[in-house]
Write a protein that binds this ligand. Structure first.
Ligand code: MN
Length: 205
């Protein structure tokens, strides 16, 4: 399987007939409303990994937006709350339906507080992924081979992780609770965008 870098948008034929796509994105920073969205990485259950370098002047990416909002395609994330908020701000879409391996991990792996992608991937799949390029310049016109490999690795294992986490959630009787959290996640991200990022509206105070 290869990694294909696209400029501006996904090709029209990508992911036809696919029911789930692993998604991640890279930005110039972690602050909503300040930092631009630069790159979106996508991978189906099998086949190539597609990296889309967005045109930050227009964010004109109709094929990508159609996929993110397609009700028949489940989008798998790790900490989707951030990516979904970024997609709402820059692409103007509410991403749905979604699955988040970080939420699943927190609900299933209550014996640990290590829920980073690297930790979860190592424990459940026995695979070590590098985080070395995490803080690199994703706004560069030309991505380095190291950046491309890192960006692709962030979506490489999400399908396998979902399979493992779903087994653990089922074992613990928490599949329905997890599903309810995934259903709410796009709205949780919309609350971040609207200014309730620091405030827990469910808290007493
Ligand atoms: Mn990433």
């Amino acid at each position: 399987m290869s990694v294909i870098v696209h400029q501006g948008d996904l090709p029209a034929g990508a992911f036809v007939g696919v029911s789930s796509v692993a998604v991640d994105s890279e930005t110039l920073g972690l602050r909503l409303g300040r930092d631009p969205l630069c790159l979106v990485q996508l991978k189906g259950p099998e086949g190539d990994t597609h990296l889309v370098q967005l045109d930050r002047a227009t964010y004109d990416a109709p094929n990508l937006k159609r996929l993110l909002t397609d009700p028949k395609v489940l989008k798998l994330f790790h900490f989707g709350r951030f990516d979904i908020a970024m997609f709402q701000i820059h692409l103007g879409v509410i991403t749905a339906p979604v699955y988040c391996t970080k939420i699943a991990s927190k609900l299933a792996r209550t014996y640990t507080d290590r829920h980073g992608l690297r930790d979860v991937t190592r424990e459940l799949l026995g695979v070590d992924i590098s985080k070395a390029q995490q803080s690199s310049d994703w706004g560069a016109a030309e991505l380095s081979p190291e950046q491309i490999a890192y960006a692709a690795s962030d979506v490489a294992h999400l399908h396998a992780l979902r399979d493992r986490l779903d087994l653990m959630l089922a074992r613990e009787g928490r599949l329905a609770l997890a599903q309810a959290c995934f259903d709410f996640l796009p709205q949780r991200a919309a609350l971040d965008v609207a200014g309730w990022d620091e405030i827990d509206i469910f808290a007493h105070t």
